[in-house]
Each structure stands twice: as C-alpha cells, then as structure tokens.
Design a protein around this ligand. Structure first.
Ligand code: CA
Length: 649
C-alpha cells in the first residue's frame, strides 16, 4: 500500500526548457518534497514543506582529482526507488527503539555518457538525508575530493543560530578548533562567522515560524568532518577542514576508495522545533561499524576536576570521590588529567580495586597527543598510536577500568577522524568505553560504535569554572543546546553543579559564582543528554545541598525511551519531556529576564494523579512538592529568570 502510494508520488517531468530535468521525492506523509533539477548540466535540489519553500535551489556535485562532477552532468531517466521501513535499538541517545520510515530514491548522474556518481536521497516526514556514491573512472580506483559544490540556500529573511568555526592552532596549548565558540541567536544571513564558517549542527529560522537544522552523519575514517561556509545570497556550502588543523599535518581534502560514499548530509525541518528536538536522523541512516565485544553500561558518575582542578587528581581525593559516587548510587568516577604523575599506575590499580569493592568503576583521562598541539597534561604519547594504545588498553582491562576520556584532538581532517575510529575500535577489543573531549562533533557515532560514550564539542561546564561570564550566560547557552548541539548527538557537558561557587570546598566568594538555581541544575540533568554522565557534584553537596536535590540527582536516568518537545525558543527558554519506562521527566529552564509563565499540556500523563514538582520562587529558592494533575492534563508553569522546573510522575 505504502509502496504504491510512493510510486504515484514520484514522477519525472521535462519542463519547458529542453535542457532541464526535474525529479521529485516526497516524504511518506507527502508534506515534504525534494526536487532534484539539472539545468544546463548543473545539478541542484530544493526542499518544500506544506507548500512552503524551506531550501531554495541549492548546489550539488563534487570536484575531484579524477574529474569535475559538478557540471556538464546529465540525470539518468532511471531512478531506483524503495521504501525503507526499519526498526532498530538506540539505547544511548534520545529514543531507545526507533521506527524509521523513509522514501529512498537513487539518482544516477552521467558525464560524457559515463556514470560519475549516484545521488541517494532518503526522505522521511521531517528529515532529508543525502549522499553521493562516486564511481571508478577508467583506471582510477581512488580519488581525492578537492571540493564539494554541495550547499544549502535558505530563503530570504532567514535568521541563523550558528557556532562559528575557530581559527586553527589557537586557544589553550594551540588545541583549537574544538567546537567551543559561542553562538549568536537570530543573526542575519550573509556572514561567515569569524571568517572560517560554522560548525555543525547549524540551525536556521525560516518562513516566520519554520525551522531547519543542517548537519552531517556517518563520518568515520572514510572522510573528513565538514563545516558550513557562509556565502552571499543565503548560500551555505560544505567546507572541508582548514589546512592549518592538526598543526598542518594531514590533508584537508578527503580521499575515497572507489566506488565510495561521501557522508550523509542531513536536513531536519518543520513548522515548529518539535522535529528538531525529536529527530533521530543522525542514527537512522548509519549502521553499526563493528560488533560490541560485551554489553556496555551507560551510567552516572562524579569527577573532582570540575571543582578542584588539576591539583586534586591525587589518590586521597579520588578515593573520596569513589565514596561519594557510592553514596549517590553512581557507578563511576572519572579520574582526570595528570593521574600518571600525581597518582601513578600502581596506585591507580589500587584505586580501581577500592572502587570495585564499592561498585564504582573508573574512567581514566588521556591526552590524545600526538604531534598535533602542545597540550602538556599527561598521560601523553600513548593513545595516538596503536601499539602503545593496545598495550595500555590491555593493562586497563586487567585492572577493571570502565572507560577512557581522551582529550585535545587535532581537528576534523580525515587523519583525525581515523584516529577517533581507531581508538573506539581498539578500546572495544578490551571492553573499554570512550568519551572524547576537546574534540569534534559525534556524527552518528552513538549507533556506529557500540562502546562510544559521549563527546564534549560544546562550551561545557569547565567554562563555568573558568570565568564568571560563562556563569552569567549559563541559562542562555543551556537554552540553545536541546535545539542544536544536543539534538544530533550525545553531549558530555559535565554539569548540574549544586555548589554555589566553583572551588574545591564551595567556599563563598571564591572563584566563579553560579547564578542559576538548584532546580535549574536538576532540569539540565534531563535537558542535556549523554548515555554516560559525570555530574559536577561534589562530596560536600551531601551536606550543603538541599536533600530533595541530592535525592533527585541520585535517581535521574541518563538513558531514555522517548523525548518530546513541549515549548521553547533557542536562547530564551526550553521545556521538554523525556520518558524512561513509565516515568516521565518534564524539564524546563528560563534564560529570559522576565518570569516565564506557560500553560502546558501533558497528555502523556494520566489525569488526577500526584506529581512530584521541583520549582523555584522569585528568589530562586527551590522546593519539591507534591501536586495533583487535573483531569484536563494541563499544568501552569512558572519559571523565574535563571530558574527551572522539573515534573516527575
Ligand atoms: Ca573543552
């Protein structure tokens, strides 16, 4: 039935001009239409939704060192089409079981009567994914893609919510770029960040109320990570990494074995932010790359570094954090940088054994270096090559280490994407999970790599420690992530601090001051998602934080069965709901100066039931209270500036 419907919705037409060919692909519900067009040998595509244009005629094609496949092209009349109807498990991000239904059409492009590439479109109700399959030419079995013509042209009047790409070899120990530049909300088009474009994912507001999120997925060792380059007239085109990344080592242009695929470019769109908050497209179109060597555990943990910094990576403090994690019912402690010199290998083994006695396992920090930047923290010179890495992983396995956190990567070049993949692959052989920091965006990795835990790739909690300005902007930034960064992948933020002050003992007026409420901290534990979380809690919080807050942090899940957008606007406020089993967590925060009042509908909850509600008064004093949900399943929310709310059934 569905197939028949789909076939009738796909047609080819030769419009007035002799040298133009246009073909359409529609979504299963018929609302989203992709049109692929070749005019005078130049391929383009556009997207409309409910009859409104969301992407104007946008460029396609590739320039390679075996031919320019962006002009002189002919679109073959024959297009292979099929319906994809697939369910899969996604235990570590957003939605534990996914049902993906899409119409796939494969267009063949010829140049001088020879096949040069296929363009594969997968169109579901609110998502478009496409990629190229490039073919061999004569004796050429490999190619370098020097440039992609691929771009995205947004309609006039579109505003942007973008994270500029950093310049290379700048910042701490020349470790950038690492996806840590601030966003500007509602900015006009026609700019190009600080001159280097924008990192994925990129959010656009179109047609007054519509939204478009552009990203990419399925990037491993077979390609580089890309970015968007801002051009005139609403065009954002695919850009490869900058030559200077990785200290200039490795090529910026990716190489592929032929026939070979480029990564999927993804476009999520709709008339509200709901499709963006709820999208699973980064995972729908990728496949697991290797089998898990064991069942991996997603879990909560604590880490001393966020409050106590480098000096506290010592045996006694880590032991105290093991006791703290045990008291919280958490499964892990993340031992951060410098443990190699400040604790030592023998004592780490002892610490791991001590933790095992309390059901607390360790994550160990490693420097990714390497020859790509000056990051001085140890252990260095181990993870960058397979020989020392595998030896180290075998040692970790022998002492029962749960995972590693690898920091300070060199950028997005193909050589670095291969390093990420190699680390994950080797670690899986030893049953070790991997968190990346100072790193790129994960691109479908939650599904591709079974031992993948999380990535930073965001202006994360460390910045709250480093400066008051980040604390002052905490709510603003937190109101962006559910719509942008965290919408497409696990985000290792390392937050939910209950210390009032970012210092070792929560001593007043030392270090930066948290201006958000305790309920806000609880809400971000729900809003920010990663299957593995190390919260910025400290042992002193057992006595200096409200009991209801500690109890909440003990039981909040890190994995979810479902997510639902309720309301929000990037940078202003957000309310969403996540479900684990029968339990719903409805979480909201407010970054605006004024009190936010909202009447929300909670149809997922049963009427006439008691709910636990965590809320703030005007002075940001939090409380937990039991509130009865009425028959109409409506709830009046009131969230002060820098405050939050969480509702649990
Ligand atoms: Ca960082």
């Amino acid at each position: 039935m569905q197939r028949n419907m789909f076939l009738t919705l796909i047609f080819c037409l030769t419009i007035g001009l002799v040298n133009a060919q246009e073909k359409l692909v529609t979504s299963p519900d018929g609302k989203l239409v992709v049109s692929v067009l070749v005019e005078n040998g130049i391929p383009t595509y556009g997207i409309s939704y409910n009859g409104k244009q969301f992407l104007k005629k946008s460029p396609l094609g590739l320039e390679t060192n075996i031919g320019n496949f962006s002009q002189g092209l002919v679109l073959s009349e024959k297009a292979d089409q099929r319906v994809i109807d697939e369910t899969y498990e996604l235990p570590n991000i957003k939605q534990s079981k996914v049902h993906y239904i899409a119409n796939e059409v494969v267009f063949s492009f010829l140049k001088e009567n020879k096949s040069v590439f296929n363009l594969i479109f997968r169109v579901s109700n609110n998502d478009v994914a496409f990629r190229y399959k490039v073919f061999t030419q004569e004796q050429r079995l490999v190619c370098v893609v020097n440039k992609e013509a691929t771009g995205f042209v947004l309609p006039e009047g579109t505003t942007t919510f973008l994270c500029p790409q950093s310049k290379t070899m700048v910042g701490f120990a020349r470790t950038m770029p690492s996806y840590e530049t601030p966003y500007t909300p509602d900015a006009p088009m026609g700019q190009n960040g600080g001159g280097e474009g924008y990192t994925f994912p990129c959010l656009f507001k179109v047609n007054e109320k519509g939204w478009v999120l552009i990203s990419e997925t399925g990037v491993g060792s077979q390609y580089c990570g890309s970015r968007l380059i801002g051009q005139p007239d609403g065009l954002y085109s695919i850009g490869f990494p900058m030559e200077g990344e990785n200290n200039g080592n490795g090529t910026a242009a990716p190489g592929i074995v032929l026939p070979g695929y480029t990564p999927w470019r993804t476009i999520t769109l709709g008339e509200t932010l709901k499709p963006i908050v709820e999208t699973t497209v980064p995972f729908d179109v990728v496949e697991p790359v290797f089998e898990p060597s064991q069942k991996y555990r997603y879990s909560k943990g604590s880490w001393s570094w966020i409050m106590k910094m480098d000096g506290a990576t010592v045996y006694d403090v880590q032991k105290q954090y093991i006791d703290f994690s045990a008291a919280m019912g958490y499964e892990t402690v993340l031992v951060d940088a410098l443990w190699d010199t400040q604790i030592g290998r023998d004592k780490i083994a002892e610490l791991a054994q001590y933790g095992a006695g309390k059901n607390v396992a360790l994550f160990l920090w490693y420097n990714s270096n390497g020859y790509w930047n000056d990051a001085p923290q140890g252990p260095r010179g181990i993870i960058d090559n397979t020989i020392s890495r595998r030896k180290e992983l075998a040692w970790m396995k022998s002492i029962g280490i749960r995972g590693i956190k690898v920091d300070f990567f060199g950028g997005d070049k193909q050589v670095t994407m291969k390093l990420y993949e190699d680390i994950l692959y080797d670690a899986n052989d030893f049953g070790i999970m991997v968190i990346f920091h100072g790193c790129t965006l994960p691109r479908g990795w939650e599904r591709m790599f079974p031992n993948y835990a999380a990535s930073e790739a965001v202006l994360a909690s460390e910045n709250l420690h480093f400066g008051q300005r980040s604390c002052d902007n905490e709510a603003f930034n937190a109101c962006l992530h559910p719509f942008i960064r965290n919408a497409i992948g696990s985000m290792d933020f390392g937050g939910s601090a209950l210390n009032k002050f970012y210092n070792g003992q929560n001593t007043p007026n030392r270090g930066s001051k948290r201006i958000t409420s305790d309920v806000f901290a609880l809400a971000t534990a729900v809003l920010f998602q990663s299957g593995v979380q190390h919260f910025a809690l400290a042992p002193n919080n057992l006595t200096d934080a409200p009991e209801w807050a500690i109890n909440f942090m003990k039981q909040v899940p890190t994995t979810w069965d479902e997510v639902r957008f309720i309301d929000g606007y990037p940078g202003k406020f957000v309310v969403l709901a996540r479900r684990q089993g029968e339990k719903w967590y409805i979480a909201g925060i407010n970054a605006q100066k004024e009190l936010l009042t909202l009447k929300i509908k909670l149809p997922m909850l049963v009427g006439n039931t008691e709910l636990m509600v965590y809320s703030d008064d005007a002075q940001l004093n939090g409380k937990a209270s039991s509130v009865k949900l009425g028959k109409k399943q409506e709830f009046d929310l009131s969230i002060p500036s820098n405050g939050g709310v969480v509702i649990v059934n």
